[in-house]
Design a protein around this ligand. Sequence first.
Ligand SMILES: [Cu+2]
Length: 164
Amino acid sequence: MRKTLLTVIAGLASTAALAGAGHSNDDSQASDHPPIDRTLAFEAGDMWFTPDKLALTPGETVRFNITNSGQLEHEFVIGDSEAQMEHREMMREMANGNGHDMSAGHHGEGEADADNMPAVTIPPGETATLVWTAPNNAEEVEFACNIPGHYEAGMNGAIQIEGS
Ligand SMILES: [Cu+2]
């Protein structure tokens, strides 16, 4: 009995030569988000984003690949201008409250903020991904970096949501 089973397992193991056989590039791992309609490459530099504006249609799901080509850490947050302002104030308070330890303001990969703003923090030289669906109830939202001073220095842009 036992011997037979072992033989079978040994047989299976030898098929492990699949490695490197060129995976088809599907990113449908855990689909905790709707299918991606579009993937957009963004670049974050020291105090700018490229592109600095964007147009989407309502309900369109976009994957942002944001590369930080600057020397500083940046974030990419989506929300209406009021929410951005609140987020900015929160970040500033955190920065003041505990010296210059910014770690409390970090966002995980694609993680929603407490106030439900899609946000991601990007260390210098790295690329972060954020998936977001354009809402049906807004005509314009902003993307921004709300690390103190960055928004004011130019790290913000408009997302026009048009059509329907
Ligand atoms: Cu920034």
